[in-house]
Design a protein around this ligand. Structure first.
Ligand SMILES: *Cc1c(COP(=O)(O)O)cnc(C)c1O
Length: 365
């Protein structure tokens, strides 16, 4: 009996029957540029600070952690600025859990969320897991999303939740704040919670504004962030949101008590105290990101403008063959299932060089 048959013998929820667990391939390859991690790793001084902070927790590890993770919320508010306080902040095990909690609180059976594909593939999965209907909005040619088009679609669909991803994954492009403002206005009739997923905000070109600046006076607006990308802490699982205090109170109704372990809280607080050191590599990654865009353009490919730590590029006759060819060279990138396109994370200079040289050889350019 295979795994699938065994599973089908269980009284599984009908909507989960026939489904496969989601996740990008985790392969043992020297150069991993497929899930937009920060490939520089955690700098030594931050490692030492985290180690010390975690060691300090061991004494109290027999006790449940601070359910309100107040010190962490305070540190996150200070990091974000924009006059935010701990009342505005909520955190969870990755921003994926933050998004799930928002769907648990504001979505659910009989309610619906809208996203604008191509966008983060977890939105429909999180919607499905919480019994929330998911409506797919449309983008213009070249994946642009204008304020006018997004607002019209939100008025038409009257969703309970809107997902805006900026910079967008997988395209890499940031949205103008006019889009966020227009969507928020358009969501007034359906009282939509508007989530702006800014997982890649730290990588944006200088002068790109954050939706954090729109929070005052907008109680239905939520900005989601993560320590998985710029902070190089994907393995620690820390994501967070900034919103009006009543949004955090709503999420408290669905969170599990003590969902953030003492080890997680200590790690995140220590990392935030060392944010200068941790974020120093963001500038190096941005240089490699811009280099990828320039070199792919010179190869005759069509990269999208990127404000993130990855580049989405089209113009490939056979993306599957390119993906496989790079893998054979020890470079893992991402096939996001969009015809003619692939996505690559900007790594260190050496990793980026390996990707570019491998690609050039495969394309004969
Ligand atoms: C990587 C990513 C996240 C981060 O997820 P975590 O659970 O915080 O690791 C969130 N949103 C988008 C669009 C991402 O690409």
């Amino acid at each position: 009996m295979d795994q699938f048959e065994r599973l089908s013998q269980l009284p599984l929820r009908d909507d989960l029957r026939g489904q496969h667990p989601y996740g990008a391939p985790q392969l043992d390859v020297p150069i991993l540029l497929n899930v937009n991690e920060n490939t520089f790793g955690v700098p030594l001084d931050a490692r030492e600070a985290i180690l010390k902070a975690v060691a300090n927790e061991l004494d109290g590890l027999n006790r449940y952690p601070d359910r309100e993770f107040t010190e962490l919320r305070r540190a996150l508010a200070a990091y974000l600025g924009h006059d935010l306080t701990e009342e505005n902040i909520w955190a969870a095990n990755g921003s994926n859990e933050v998004l799930q909690q928002l769907l648990q609180a504001f979505g659910g059976p009989g309610r619906r969320a809208i996203g604008f594909p191509p966008t983060y593939s977890m939105y429909p999965l999180l919607a499905s897991g919480t019994g929330t209907a998911y409506v797919t909005g449309v983008r213009a040619e070249g994946y642009a999303l204008t304020a006018e088009s997004a607002a019209r679609q939100v008025r038409e669909q009257a969703p309970n939740i809107v997902f805006l991803c900026s910079p967008n994954n997988p395209t890499g492009t940031a949205l103008g704040l006019d889009v966020v403002e227009a969507v928020y206005e358009a969501g007034t009739a359906s009282q939509a919670i508007v989530i702006v997923d800014e997982a890649y905000a730290e990588f944006a070109h200088a002068g790109t504004p954050s939706a954090l600046s729109l929070l005052p006076g907008r109680p239905r607006l939520v900005v989601s962030r993560t320590m998985s990308k710029a902070f190089a802490l994907a393995g620690a699982r820390v994501g967070y949101l900034a919103a009006a205090p009543e949004v955090t109170d709503a999420v408290r109704l669905v969170r599990l008590p003590y969902h953030l372990s003492a080890i997680t809280q200590a790690t995140a607080v220590a990392a935030l105290r060392n944010s200068d050191s941790l974020l120093a590599n963001v500038e190096h990654i941005k240089v490699q990101r811009d280099r990828i865009v320039n070199e792919l353009t010179a190869m005759g490919l069509a990269p999208s403008p990127s404000d993130s730590n990855f580049v989405f590029f089209g113009g490939l006759a056979n993306p599957q063959a390119v993906w496989e060819g790079l893998l054979a060279d020890g470079v893992l990138i991402r096939d996001v299932g969009i015809p003619g396109h692939l996505r690559v994370t900007a790594g260190t200079e050496a990793e980026t060089t390996a990707f570019l040289e491998g690609l050039r050889a495969l394309l004969g350019r």
